[in-house]
Design a protein around this ligand. Structure first.
Ligand SMILES: *Cc1c(COP(=O)(O)O)cnc(C)c1O
Length: 475
């Protein structure tokens, strides 16, 4: 070992690689290989360990990490909302393991599940038709904007702009730009909502769509949504709802009823399916009747008691293999079916109550109120990122910091419906204790974690995904 282990872990918590514990050299018979000589090795080092050694290795690694099963995540659904394990059981059912190329006749049960999920999501969002294909929220947005584009083109409308509030999720800007639109950025008003005068000025015959989240990023409900919808429709534009996070709205309000024409859902943020490490998730898209012919294909329909796949007439085409991320959809279906109408409405009530209770226990100012399922506290004259690092020392995962930018030193927080009062109190303690610590303690935090402060820019821009590559560099 010629790397500096102290850079990666505290000595007392160091956990060697399996091959460093005990490896056996296994010769390979090169004659058997169809590959060119320069690509083959004559031996490999394989770990040679007992089952308990393996079990302990992985358990130790998991203890060096933080997961939603260790404690709460303050930006709950965006980072990770707790995923109830019954959905894993349903997805692990051998009957769920169907090959996607099987004939529709032989997988009627699976198609029925997809059909019902399309229907549940349509009813939850107040939409008329849903595709389950997109594999993530961003992919759903992109598909939704392509649907909007296809609709405008079919109506002989050459529109070039998509209007997006400055506080929107970064993927909104990217989706609109990838679909070939110019993005018109909308400032927030003093209350943190859409500035209606600025919207009026931004809208024109060139507007293809306005993309909105409601409640918005700082948890505020756009009270003028009905007027906003009318303004957009008056210039012939479409209203797009970023429904990645429906946690405040479930069972209480429907984007379709507010005048939205297109929306995506993140089943991995609202309906408790896992989304660690970038996926797999699912970002179904719902639309009003007029836009249904443009949805990605295939969709599922019912004909005389049978379920079948079909291609919408003017479909924008495929955006993912087969019907999307099947097992993720199974989990979302199981979650919605288990909670039912009442359970979903109860979860949004608790999400909003928990956010408001937590904020009431914090020694922080929350500049924008009244918020719903999430809020942006401000660290004031402290550095929000330092406070967040210090929170790690108090044994909790920190919130997202310094975003949205119009909240100074923002700490964006969403406890979700799954936390109880004790856990919210623990979270509040970590927030408050970190804020009360000295500048020096903040600057040196975290001091009690396995890995200390890492170089975040290099970690993002020059990821080294193999331990071996590190070793070879001698770094
Ligand atoms: C997470 C999120 C997205 C993007 O979803 P992904 O599944 O991460 O691609 C879009 N909009 C909002 C508001 C989000 O929170």
């Amino acid at each position: 070992m010629d790397y500096d282990q102290a850079r990666y872990s505290r000595d007392d918590q160091y956990e060697p690689l399996l091959a460093e514990k005990n490896a056996t050299r296994v010769e390979i018979d090169e004659e058997d290989s169809p590959l060119p000589d320069e690509l083959t090795r004559d031996a490999v080092e394989l770990p040679d360990l007992s089952e308990p050694e393996l079990a302990r290795h992985y358990t130790r690694l998991s203890q060096m990490n933080w997961g939603v099963e260790s404690g709460p995540y303050p930006l709950g659904s965006c980072t990770m909302k707790y995923n109830p394990s019954f959905t894993e059981d349903v997805a692990a059912d051998p009957n769920a393991a169907v090959h996607p190329d099987r004939s529709a006749r032989s997988v009627q049960g699976s198609l029925e599940l997809l059909y019902d999920l399309q229907d549940y999501l349509a009813r939850i969002g107040g939409m008329d038709a849903v595709t389950l294909q997109p594999p993530a929220g961003a992919a759903g947005e992109f598909a939704g904007i392509l649907v909007a584009k296809a609709y405008h083109e079919a109506n002989g409308n050459d529109r070039s702009e998509v209007v997006i509030p400055a506080s929107a999720h970064g993927t909104n800007f990217a989706s609109a730009a990838m679909a070939g639109y110019d993005v018109v950025e909308l400032p927030s008003d003093e209350d943190g909502r859409v500035d209606v005068d600025a919207l009026e000025a931004a809208l024109s015959e060139d507007t293809a769509a306005l993309m909105l989240t409601n409640p918005n990023t700082v948890g505020l409900f756009e009270r003028d949504i009905v007027d906003i919808a009318e303004m957009v429709h008056d210039v012939g534009g479409l209203l797009y709802y970023d429904g990645a996070n429906l946690n405040a709205l479930l069972g209480r309000g429907r984007p379709g009823d507010m005048g939205f024409d297109i929306m995506h859902y993140n089943v991995h943020k609202t309906f408790a399916t896992p989304h660690g490490g970038g996926g797999p998730g699912a970002g179904p898209v719902g639309v009003v009747e007029e836009l249904a012919p443009y949805l990605p294909s295939p969709r599922v329909r019912e004909r005389g008691g049978n379920y079948e796949l079909f291609d919408p007439e003017e479909s924008i085409g495929k955006v993912h293999g087969y019907q999307g991320n099947w097992l993720v959809l199974v989990k979302a279906y199981a979650y919605i079916a288990r909670l039912g109408d009442e359970g979903l409405a109860d979860s949004s009530a608790k999400a909003v109550l928990n956010a408001n209770y937590l904020a009431s226990q914090l020694d922080y100012e929350v500049p924008y109120e009244p918020f719903h399922h999430e809020f942006a506290a401000t660290a004031g004259d402290r550095d929000a990122a330092d406070v967040a690092k210090r929170m790690l020392d108090y044994g909790v995962h920190p919130p997202t910091t310094k975003w949205p930018e119009f909240v100074p030193e923002a700490m964006l927080t969403e406890p979700t419906e799954v936390e109880n009062r004790d856990s919210l109190d623990d979270l509040a303690h970590a927030f408050n204790a970190a804020m009360a610590d000295s500048d020096e303690e903040l600057a040196n935090a975290p001091s009690k974690t396995t890995a200390r402060r890492i170089d975040q820019v290099s970690a993002a821009r020059e990821p080294r995904l193999s331990w071996r590559a590190l070793d070879a560099d001698g770094e």
